[in-house]
Write a protein that binds this ligand. Sequence first.
Ligand SMILES: [Zn+2]
Ligand SMILES: [Zn+2]
Length: 314
Amino acid sequence: MSAEANRPQPVDVRQRRRGLPRSFRELTPSNHFNPRTFFREMVWKAFITERSGSTKVPAFPRLGHGELALTWIGHASFLVQFPDLNLIVDPNFANWLFLLKRLKRPGIRPQDLPPIDVVLLTHAHFDHFHKPSLRKLPPSPKIAVLPWGCGSLARRLGFERVVELKWWESFGAGEWRVTLVPAKHWGARTLRDSHRGWGGFIIEHQGRRLYHAGDSAYFDGFAEIGERMRPEIALLPIGAYFPDSFRHVHMGPDEAVKAFRDLRADWLVPMHFGTFKLSFEAMDEPERWLRELVEAERLHRHLRVLEEGVPERF
Ligand SMILES: [Zn+2]
Ligand SMILES: [Zn+2]
């Protein structure tokens, strides 16, 4: 039986075909369904669900040259530590995104972060580019690196320098380098800012290579990224894929596994699930389904599901 056939049947919702979403309102399927269904499924169910998970005071490991530690904060937010460099990707500590309740506590509090050197922002959507969270980062001098058209959003957020990149452009200093790579998604945050870019990042330092895919649907770009950059560690989104029209801009666990194979990476680290309810699949479905697929495809030695707030050495 195929993995798709095994997939638990989610709530019955009306599906309508539509083009690429263009606004924040479409971060959630609000426009796909009647307002009452949307409100019940996205807002009310989350509202009455108790927030789970625990915020920890992390024990950051002491790292040697060429070692890196990865701490999942939740959703798409990660702290990436090298012995002499700390980066944070898409930091989000919000308990609420407008009406949407955070259902799992952030793994760390911003005040427990080490000094941050580089902040990578994959795109301007509110679950990734969250200004109140950026203002809470430690006040150390830090550089923001983000896609074209997003720099104007980073003003007065405490950055010493803001660098916009196009796909395949890199920025770095000394030994480290970050490269913006393509993703199949979109960049507009509101109705009138379709000039904003989006993408994923490859982080290279001390001979290590890590890939954060940002938000993306499955596309042939993963094979190209694998070919050109050959990342070891792939942080791939696995949530917000139902109804199927969402797969124009997001991946499910099945496509994340395909992307992982295309990338030819060593480690698959799933993200973008379990924190905010942005779509109609059950909150616990992405991780459960991913574990089944990984087991069936004998990839279990390559999977590392992180616990929020617990640093892992790679
Ligand atoms: Zn997005
Ligand atoms: Zn997202």
